[in-house]
Design a protein around this ligand. Sequence first.
Ligand code: CTP
Length: 131
Amino acid sequence: MKKKIRIITYGTFDLFHIGHLNILKRLNSLGDELIVGVSTDEFNERKNKKSVIPYDERREIVSSIKFVDKTIPESSWSQKIQDIQKYNIHIFGIGDDWKGEFDYLKEYCEVVYLERTPSISSNQIKKKLNK
Ligand code: CTP
């Protein structure tokens, strides 16, 4: 039997938008199973990031996307190596706004940075709504 290629990514996915959908679709196309670590509200607080949609709802939305096979909580910066080993991950992928930041994971799996969808972000939506 052919070995399953597993991919992992992480993010907040607040106010789920087309940029989120595009990256999950592209990540899914790189292999057989996509696992998404959804940032908890506590973790975001530590990053000085505040989402509009609470963690449980963001996770439920991401879990319902057909390109996503499994979601896990992202509650620390340091969990990635453990997750990669636990879930037998072959590819870690994330948007190129993070280019270079996760090269240290290359010791454990392939690391890819995908081009972001232009002109949209959760922050941009928040700004538009505040106008
Ligand atoms: N992403 C993307 N294209 C966009 C926005 C996000 O490919 N236009 C990707 C990010 O690179 C990341 C994932 O989606 O891999 C989750 O990003 P997240 O930070 O949750 O979304 P943003 O819209 O970038 O949020 P913010 O505006 O709060 O930074």
